[in-house]
Design a protein around this ligand. Structure first.
Ligand code: SAM
Length: 342
């Protein structure tokens, strides 16, 4: 697991409605794991769909399990849950499932990052109250739905793509339960996308080699020999799928600009986008220094779009340290006043 804070922060989030919801997700998931002989995450998607459809969709389960599920679901309806309660409880259940079946690069983005990104998006897009948003590696949808919950006064036309069918089902169920109209596609994002260019891209980049050399050959950022870096191709693909002047928010590995291919990436970024900000996430958030990450904010070139006078460079404190975060946000506010990025 790259992020260490997921479980720690998530357990801090437990409050009564979240706890009740989590227990229902967890216990009904366990029942379905036994009946369907599937993984925890697959069963979580099944139970989430049952709750959303208000129906038990699995045909080959015992009467006893059916009755027990019905009882859990009935009890749930009696309480009113906010979208955030649902997202937090679902996040806890996903973390539990991911711990049981660890897959590198499939890590859910912790909500502390999503909350901070929603703040940054709001600052960068300025007065715009409606915008389109794409996450080309949406995973469980935790990052995107956190952003949607924390920007309740914005009309967000949101799209998500992921190659992993279980994760995209989780994103679908989670978005449905939170009542977010999210359009999802299960496919390789580096293949042609049938989504119009968006105003904002967010992406916790999958880091590593992209195995499809034939597809990679279509990209400027392809490697000269061997497999290309998926995270570089994702940056190029995201740029292609952004409107002129649109913003891109990437969660990147700290060593992004130090790899052997970094020069090419730098040249590509300079040619098509302006670097607006680089904010280093606290190392305590990660298992070790090698997997620590930063937030990179880019703006695609366009008519009248100027680079900032200076790039915003910040070392973030622990995102849960209110006092230090307020100081940093005051610094960011000053940067916005001086750089007039809109
Ligand atoms: N933000 C996500 C969330 O909150 O759950 C987590 C993103 S995770 C760090 C990276 C995601 O990239 C994984 O879900 C993985 O399946 C996806 N991915 C990797 N390669 C991909 C590709 N070629 N096309 C689409 N998705 C891909």
């Amino acid at each position: 697991m790259e992020y260490v804070n997921g479980s720690k922060e998530a357990s801090n989030l437990i409050q009564t409605p979240v706890e009740v919801l989590f227990q229902t997700f967890n216990e009904t998931t366990r029942l379905l794991v036994n009946e369907l002989e599937c993984t925890y995450l697959e069963a979580l998607a099944e139970t989430g769909e049952n709750i959303f459809q208000d129906d038990i969709r699995q045909e080959n389960i015992s009467e006893m399990t059916k009755k027990r599920l019905e009882k859990y679901y009935r009890d749930l309806v009696k309480m009113n849950y906010s979208a955030e309660d649902i997202r937090k409880a679902f996040q806890l259940a996903c973390l539990k499932g991911m711990r049981e079946n660890v897959q590198p690069n499939h890590q859910m983005t912790p909500d502390s990052i999503g909350i901070f990104l929603s703040y940054l998006i709001n600052k960068f897009i300025g007065t715009k109250k409606a915008f389109s948003l794409l996450d080309p590696a949406i995973g469980t949808g935790n990052l995107v739905t956190t952003i949607m919950n924390y920007l309740p006064h914005h009309a967000i036309d949101a799209y998500g793509v992921d190659v992993d069918d279980v994760l995209i089902r989780l994103a679908y169920v989670s978005a449905n339960l939170q009542e977010h109209p999210l359009q999802l596609d299960c496919q390789d994002s580096l293949e042609p996308l049938f989504i119009d260019p968006v105003d904002v891209v967010v992406c916790d980049l999958p880091v590593g080699y992209y195995p499809n050399d034939i597809r990679a050959a279509e990209y400027e950022l392809k490697a000269d020999s061997g497999h290309s870096y998926a995270h570089h191709l994702f940056i190029e693909k995201s740029c292609l799928n952004t409107v002129d002047g649109g913003y891109l928010f990437f969660i990147i590995p700290n060593g992004l600009f130090e790899s052997p291919e970094a020069m090419k990436l730098h040249t590509y970024i300079k040619k098509h986008m302006h670097i607006q900000a680089l904010l280093q996430l606290p190392e305590t958030m990660f298992k070790n220094k090698q997997v620590a990450k930063s937030i990179l904010v880019l703006q695609k070139h366009g008519e009248g779009v100027k680079p900032p006078k200076e790039v915003l460079l910040v070392n973030l404190p622990s995102l849960s340290n209110k006092l230090q975060m307020e100081t940093i946000m005051a610094k960011i506010d000053i940067w916005f006043q001086e750089n007039k990025v809109h």
